[in-house]
Design a protein around this ligand. Structure first.
Ligand code: MG
Length: 316
């Protein structure tokens, strides 16, 4: 599909490496982040949760995934894995998350992902230190961390953990001077309300999945995911809700976007990130819509696609 020249010319689209580069390296790991940065991108998307001893670690699932986790004897976890919030960092570090279980459904989604041994769940502080090291070694501009706080308002123990999670995050951002290199995103807008209250200078992005996309939707009347904007009128647009919440950036499921919603966001001055965009035709559509950032498991693929479009433009 050709991209109209007026759309791409002069409009820079960022690339965010989803969980590092999940398509090719184990997700939310230092080897994955290293690979993603080696492709020349500047922004890493990662997920964080608080451990039992109040340390933020980079991990996505609320329970350790049986498709990604081997115990200290090299055995795959079975049944339901332990909850992240129930383990200390020391306990979490005993697990190896360097490979996907053969023949698992999750493993089948990422057939090109490297299988590594001896890879541990990193703390967020280790990620920040790793990025600082990368900046010094490469001379590249500062790494941007798009930090997704994993929080589910429907899960037990949520209220007690939310504030502790935000406090731990703000403390680390301050300690490592990441205020200008962080984006905080979450599906749980109450968490973003807390970030806004405590650190209004930090950039926030409001994650959504619209109702038409099924069982994991977060935007619907009476949704517990909307924080202080919980009063959703029948025809209110998501960009308008984000504005009401005090935000100016939207992390949308890519299938939820169309010309109309993009125009609404633009009219309200709301920036647009999209997740998780992996296939060429979807990448093209997001470029055509003129989003601000594409979050992908294959950041190098998005980079190549953008270069190809720019090359096409130069010949027009
Ligand atoms: Mg995420």
């Amino acid at each position: 599909m050709p991209i109209s020249s007026s759309r791409l010319r002069g409009h820079k689209i960022e690339i965010h490496g989803h969980r590092g580069a999940r398509g090719l390296f184990p997700e939310n790991t230092l080897p994955g982040y290293a690979y993603a940065l080696s492709t020349g991108i500047r922004t890493l998307e990662l997920d964080v949760q608080l451990t039992a001893d109040n340390i933020l670690v980079a991990t996505h699932d609320f329970t350790l995934s049986t498709a990604q986790t081997r115990d200290s004897n090299g055995h795959w976890l079975t049944g339901t894995g332990p909850e992240t919030i129930g383990l200390t960092v020391e306990q979490l570090k005993c697990y190896d998350i360097g490979g996907l279980k053969p023949a698992s459904d999750y493993g089948a989604k990422f057939p090109d992902q490297a299988f590594l041994d001896g890879v541990r769940i990193p703390t967020l502080e280790e990620v920040m230190q790793f990025c600082r090291h990368h900046e010094r070694q490469s001379g590249a501009p500062g790494v941007i961390l798009n930090i997704e706080i994993k929080s589910d308002p429907t899960r037990p123990s949520h209220p007690e953990r939310a504030e502790a999670t935000v406090d731990a995050l703000l403390s680390l951002i301050s300690k490592h001077d990441y205020g200008n290199q962080s984006i905080i995103q979450s599906f749980d807008w109450a968490i973003l309300d807390l970030v806004l209250d405590k650190a209004p200078h930090l950039k926030r992005s409001y994650l959504t999945m619209a109702a038409q996309n099924g069982e994991h939707a977060t935007i619907y009347k009476g949704s517990p995911w909307l924080g202080k904007t919980a009063c959703l009128s029948q025809d209110e647009s998501i960009p308008s809700l984000i504005r009401k919440a005090g935000g100016d950036n939207w992390s949308s499921f890519f299938k939820d976007l169309d010309e109309k919603t993009v125009a609404e966001a633009r009219a309200l001055g709301v920036g647009i990130y999209v997740w998780t965009v992996n296939e060429r035709q979807d990448i093209d559509r997001m470029i055509e819509l003129g989003v601000d950032a594409i979050i992908s498991d294959y950041p190098a693929r998005v980079h190549r696609r953008l270069l190809e479009h720019q090359e096409n433009l130069s010949t027009l």
